[in-house]
Design a protein around this ligand. Structure first.
Ligand SMILES: CC(C)(COP(=O)(O)OP(=O)(O)OC[C@H]1O[C@@H](n2cnc3c(N)ncnc32)[C@H](O)[C@@H]1OP(=O)(O)O)[C@@H](O)C(=O)NCCC(=O)NCCS
Length: 272
């Protein structure tokens, strides 16, 4: 497109850290040498075997509606196809894009290139109002997590999230690192004898994760863990989950007083 030069990212470009950390990126420069937009790619393989190339891009407000976003997205798709071939990726390879509520330009661009909205992540918030503690199911005790719980927690997560699309669980050593770095006074583990039945992890005002082993679900354990976490927090709380409620988590959070604050839509199309 006339007026813009597409080139690789250079040290000193006025772009965020996220772009610098991307696997692939491209910068659009206007006639003055000012960065007018950029695009990037990150990729990973989800637990169901789908390879995802997540595109991300930005065009500064003054340069919108001139076709630059479309041009950047087209270049990004070409780069994803090249990387997928270089890496000889088998199975399903998808392109992804994100648009928040209110990002109408971004959503329209993705739709114009054949992406479909496939699910929505929501941030939910709860005010500081008191929450009554829910009883623990019979035979269940609660303690703080230790770094040595990493293996059991990893296995529990595998079982709890099994079969869910769009999920990439961290490997065990990353979970161990997470435990090491966490404030373990707000990382609660529920036990039934020697066995870990569930956990809840809190960081600041964010409920980072909650999971219950399938053998212990629908007995009020997540509710008991979450109410303990909320009482310990003693203030407003927030968390992120899937809007379409594949595991009942959204229902659980709503029953504890969480309400949807923002919506973040996920778009995809097949690369091959
Ligand atoms: C979501 C999860 C933590 C719930 O744990 P749990 O101990 O079974 O939850 P509770 O027994 O406290 O459920 C409380 C309420 O939440 C709702 N709920 C929980 N699981 C549900 C399900 N599968 N379907 C529909 N509603 C559900 C119900 O309203 C339930 O009350 P009820 O049993 O009286 O109907 C558990 O299913 C899980 O670990 N899932 C996989 C991991 C996950 O998705 N974590 C959430 C990350 S955002």
């Amino acid at each position: 497109m006339a007026g813009f030069l597409l080139r690789p990212l250079r040290a000193g470009d006025a772009v965020g850290e996220r772009l610098a950390a991307a696997e692939w990126s491209l910068v659009a420069e206007d006639g003055d040498g000012t960065v007018a937009g950029w695009a990037s790619l990150r990729s990973w393989t989800e637990d169901d075997g789908v390879h995802l190339f997540l595109t991300h891009g930005h065009v500064r407000a003054a340069d919108r509606r001139r076709g630059l976003g479309g041009m950047l997205l087209d270049e990004t798709e070409v780069a994803a196809a090249r990387l997928s071939e270089q890496r000889r990726l088998g199975g399903t390879v998808m392109l992804g894009g994100n648009a928040d509520d209110g990002q109408h330009d971004r959503a329209a661009l993705l739709a114009s290139r054949g992406y479909a909205r496939i699910f929505t992540m929501i941030w939910m918030r709860r005010d500081a109002s008191a929450v009554p503690l829910r009883d623990l199911p019979q035979g269940i005790a609660v303690r703080n997590a230790t770094v040595d719980d990493a293996g059991d927690l990893w296995r529990l997560a595998q079982r709890a999230w099994a079969g869910r699309p769009f999920v990439t669980l961290p490997p065990e050593d990353r979970l161990r690192d997470w435990l090491r770095r966490s404030d373990r006074s707000s990382f609660l583990v529920a036990t039934s004898g020697e066995r870990i039945a569930g956990f809840v992890a809190v960081h600041g005002d964010e409920i980072e994760d909650v999971a219950v082993d399938p053998d212990f679900q629908r007995r009020g354990l997540a509710s008991a863990l979450l109410t303990r976490a909320l009482v310990a927090l003693g203030g407003p709380a927030r968390l992120r989950t899937e809007a379409h409620d594949p595991a009942g988590a959204r229902t659980l959070y709503e029953r504890l007083g969480f309400r949807v604050a923002t919506r973040h839509h996920r778009y995809r199309k097949r690369l091959r």
